[in-house]
Write a protein that binds this ligand. Structure first.
Ligand code: FE2
Length: 286
């Protein structure tokens, strides 16, 4: 089943708010102009050009925790860092393809450190949406996700609040399809309404490492998932508690996306959260 969707009218209507409260997601088509999608794609490619793939071989995988022990990952909350696809690195540690086709994602402070992504992330239309959902939105994390053709890995079922945790919980994700995303190239699935369930896991710091702690064993609801198929320029807003998933991309088409997460500045941000900022780079709003 396909998710319900709304046109981008520039107004956050009561019907959109009701849909978000009911489903835990909101899909708005044509939120980003195609030329802006292309600009972000080009900028990400420029950033990858400057990435020294020889010295940083951190693989990002949601099915293993190798990256969690890696300082390059652990300190990425206030940096622009590059993580590779599992299948892009052979057993000897060599890249199996050009680096622009080997990167899984860039994270996690593009929105503060890169002028192109900062301007995009702080556009007034987005600020209005965020302020309609969160009292005092702070831009916590950004990711450029490549979902590479042929090898782009699966992202297993999860809730974003597992990684972006506040007390009380307040994480909201803004996910922008920069290219068409559907079931053939690793588009997202979500369980509508399942954001009303508890947070199942929390990813946090313990000593020098990162661990995934189980908070609640409640299984995901049996409700059939909906496909968040999103054509280029669509915005998908995700409640931090909504379980979602994306399959591996085995198609020949890439599926680039940009994800920005906000939290409410009036909530508590625990000191053992995995994502930390350098002292001179405090979180900012819009
Ligand atoms: Fe997610």
């Amino acid at each position: 089943m396909l998710a319900r969707r709304f046109p981008a009218t520039g107004v956050f209507t009561a019907a959109m708010r009701d849909a978000f409260v009911e489903d835990g997601y909101l899909l708005i088509e044509d939120f980003v102009a195609p030329a802006m999608c292309d600009r972000l794609i080009a900028r990400a490619n420029e950033l990858v050009e400057g990435f020294d793939a020889e010295s940083h071989r951190t693989v990002f995988s949601t099915s293993s925790v190798a990256h969690a022990a890696d300082r390059y990952f652990q300190e990425s909350g206030g940096e622009i860092r590059f993580f590779l696809e599992e299948e892009a690195v052979d057993t000897a540690g060599n890249l199996t393809r050009p680096k622009n086709l080997a990167v899984n994602k860039i994270g996690h402070a593009l929105h503060d450190l890169d002028p192109v992504f900062s301007e995009f992330s702080r556009q007034p239309r987005l600020a209005d949406l965020a302020r309609g959902l969160v009292k005092d939105p702070l831009l916590l994390q950004s990711m450029y996700i490549f979902k590479q053709p042929g090898i782009g890995g699966e992202v297993s079922w999860h809730q974003d609040s597992t990684y972006l945790y506040t007390e009380p919980m307040s994480c909201i994700g803004f996910w922008f399809a920069l290219e068409d995303a559907d079931s053939s190239n690793g588009g997202m699935l979500a369980i509508p309404g399942a954001h009303r369930g508890p947070l199942r896991k929390r990813f946090r710091r313990v000593g020098d490492g990162l661990v995934t702690q189980t908070l609640d064993e409640t299984p995901w609801p049996k409700t059939p998932p909906v496909a968040l198929d999103a054509r280029k320029g669509s915005l998908v807003i995700l409640d931090g508690l909504l379980p979602h998933y994306s399959s591996a991309n085995r198609s020949p088409r890439s599926r680039h996306a940009y994800a920005l997460h906000v939290i409410d500045g009036t909530t508590d941000y625990p000191a053992d959260n995995w994502l930390r900022r350098r002292e001179h780079l405090p979180l900012r709003g819009f």
